[in-house]
Design a protein around this ligand. Structure first.
Ligand code: DON
Length: 349
């Protein structure tokens, strides 16, 4: 009896060992080898370096002056390793990518419901600064189901108004600190962009006033529009944006600094809105192609998140008609698809 038990245990042990040995290559296969990651990044850089499609945004005059040839890629993995190609140092204004982090800050402070009930988490199907979209949702404000989201200008200005603080400077400090933590360094505002947008943002002022009139903003819409304009003018390079994307990819923890920036239980809400509305009215096409929650900015950056695998960002100023960087979309799609980054693309072995 004793002998039988022992031989059974030994067999079990051998089986378990066999299973572990068989699993190791599978697990290893899930995380691409560093050389494979760098190869994918380099290949996309070489493939799209000479692509000239698209045009810099010019409705904010300072953006028209940015070098359209600027092209940088940064991909960040769980171990905090940063894989790069091209120019990862030159800063552009973060623009609408800031909307993700201010939304995350409100969710972090006030919970997932705060944003879904007050602003909404649905696509508008309209351009990012559409006023018709605001008119379309005004009748449902207060029902808990506004057809709006924090990644289009009306929802983003409202989200900025929700960040708590006694003074404008106190609110600003919280906003910039949150962005700093996600990027892993002290960021600064590009003053020329801030001034240029402040001088020409009458449409956003109209949006802010309407959002107050319809109850999304509770008071002081002028402060909300000003802080929103300032957050859009934060200077970032491809490496900053890649690290910010990675903070979202790894349960709210910046893998480069190790700092927990967002509560892990809240990150899925942020990613859901990015998947729904991150590339505006082209969000569906993008999700169909890549499966990645992402966010673009008219400064030329795009961040994208493969949860648990990598965060990636590309900076390249020329945009398509929807306001999304042409080269950034192509490069991210190519890299992610070659590394198996699409979370919907499950293929049993
Ligand atoms: O409010 C604006 O128009 C800009 N500060 C941000 C717009 C933006 O980045 C839209 N992105 N695709």
């Amino acid at each position: 009896m004793k002998t039988r038990t022992r031989s059974f245990s030994l067999g079990g042990l051998l089986l378990a060992l066999g299973a572990v040995i068989a699993t190791v290559p599978l697990l290893a296969a899930q995380a691409p080898a560093p050389a494979e990651v760098q190869k994918a990044v380099d290949a996309a850089y070489a493939q799209f370096k000479n692509l000239k499609e698209g045009k810099n945004a010019d409705y904010i005059p300072a953006l028209a002056k940015v070098d359209p040839n600027l092209f940088g890629i940064a991909l960040v993995t769980a171990d905090g390793k940063v894989y790069t190609a091209g120019d990862i140092k030159t800063e552009v204004s973060i623009q609408s990518i800031s909307k993700v982090f201010t939304m995350a800050q409100v969710i972090q402070e006030q919970g997932l419901d705060s944003v879904s009930k007050r602003i909404g988490v649905d696509a508008t199907g309209a351009r990012f600064n559409s006023i018709i979209a605001i008119e379309g949702v005004r009748t449902v404000v207060g029902t808990g189901a506004p057809e709006m989201n924090p990644l289009v200008n009306p929802g983003a200005i409202s989200a900025t108004s929700m960040v708590s603080g006694a003074t404008s400077e106190a609110v600003w400090k919280k906003i910039i600190d949150f962005h700093n933590d996600a990027a892993g360094r002290q960021l600064t505002v590009l003053q020329d962009v801030y001034k240029s947008e402040s001088d020409t943002n009458q449409r956003n002022q109209a949006i802010g006033a309407l959002m107050l009139a319809y109850g999304y903003i509770k008071s002081n819409w002028q402060q909300a529009v000003d802080l929103y304009t300032r957050q859009c003018s934060i200077g970032v390079n491809a490496k900053d944006l890649g690290t910010m994307a990675a903070t979202l990819a790894f349960a709210g923890k910046n893998p480069v600094t190790g700092k927990q920036v967002i509560d892990p239980a809240k990150v899925h809400g942020v990613l859901a809105v990015m998947a729904t509305a991150g590339l505006y009215d082209d969000s569906g096409k993008w999700l169909y192609l890549t499966g990645l929650p992402a966010k673009s900015g008219v400064g030329g950056g795009i961040i994208a998140v493969s949860p648990g695998k990598f965060g990636i960002a590309v900076v390249s100023p020329p945009l398509d008609d929807a306001g999304n960087s042409v080269r950034a979309q192509r490069a991210i799609a190519a890299i992610s698809n070659s590394l198996g980054g699409n979370p919907y693309d499950y293929r049993p072995k």
